[in-house]
Design a protein around this ligand. Sequence first.
Ligand code: NZQ
Ligand code: ZN
Length: 385
Amino acid sequence: MTNFEFFNPTKIVFGTETIAKLDQLVPANARVMILLGGESARKNGTVAEVRAALGSREVHEFNGIEPNPTYETLMQAVEIIRAEKLDFLLAVGGGSVIDGTKFIAAAVPFAGEPWDILTTFGQTITSALPFGTVLTLPATGSEMNHGAVITQKATHTKLPFMNPLVFPQFSILDPSKTFTLPTRQIANGVVDAFVHTVEQYLTYPVNGMVQDRYAEGLLNILIEIGPKVLANPQDYDLRANLMWAATQALNGLIGAGVPQDWSTHMIGHELTALFDIDHARTLAIVLPANLVLRSESKREKLLQYADRVWHITAGTEEERIAAAINKTREFFEAMGIKTRLADYDLGAAVIDTVIAKLEAHGMTALGERQDVTLAMSRQILENSL
Ligand code: NZQ
Ligand code: ZN
């Protein structure tokens, strides 16, 4: 196991009827800005519950943070919060609203051009407004981590940033708030959480027994409940387990003390920024081809994955690895998520554009060994046609 420091200050409040606890979680004298996406949280009554819980506090609302939140939209919120001197943010929504709120929290006190937060991957953040979240979509883990991904619409640039100053103070996870999710978003959530786990697990062995078994547990749970969550949209226990699994998949715990990959995510971000494909769907396109190409450098962990996650024990090593990667692809497809660029009407002609974007963003040495060059990213994309 490699040396690590682990720190996660986000308080989780989990279960039904928990939104009322906002009254204790948000300071009594706070001047609050609620940040929202489209209409979903209003339509299913979450906004009304949040407002009731906040009682007589001064509350403002900013609507319209879009999926894959844009710098352009978020800066409108920054201007209002600065002008009104609001001092507490409350994100109500999925990963996009939470990520957007993290950016806003850092951008409000930022001296200079806030886009620099992205170009420095968060290193230039020196302070941030406090914020909490009410999660409505289990997927990203953003509710319990200090990362966010923001898109500049004008340039089709989607970049991540991280900073410990943007951990949420608290996150309310009420699984019943996810009952209104469309099938597509449930499927996205399962696949995103699955790939988060894979990015921190399928690398090379460092004898991190706790991290490995924990990651394998999460993968097994997602494989077991993924199809059931789709088939039983009103089952509370399934929703609760999906929600907690997705949070655990990216709250820093399974990634501490082990190598991490993230090349599938970085290539996927370019596909979203250029072609507006849902985040999880880009991962389902990239991951199988990525694993095939790098099966030699990931050999030991792929064999462990085949055995412990897919229970594949027969055949040569090559056959077991191939079978495990096929099972992964089949799982995504069974969740209703297509795994080929062609399924999204994209052909070989787009690959040059994606590679140029990766180069422009400095994504030229990705992966746990920094050996995923642009040539390899090109190969991955060609193999995912
Ligand atoms: O906008 P509204 O009307 O709220 O509708 C949303 C949106 O259209 C809808 N939705 C959310 N909760 C709902 C609901 N509809 C009905 N009932 C509910 N309870 O779902 C749609 C998608 O929402 P979004 O927040 O975009 O989805 P998700 O949570 O998958 O977030 C994706 C974003 O997170 C980033 C992605 O890149 C992407 O921008 N990620 C953030 C990470 C992080 N911070 O650690 C890690 C991830 O790898 C990921 O990159
Ligand atoms: Zn993701």
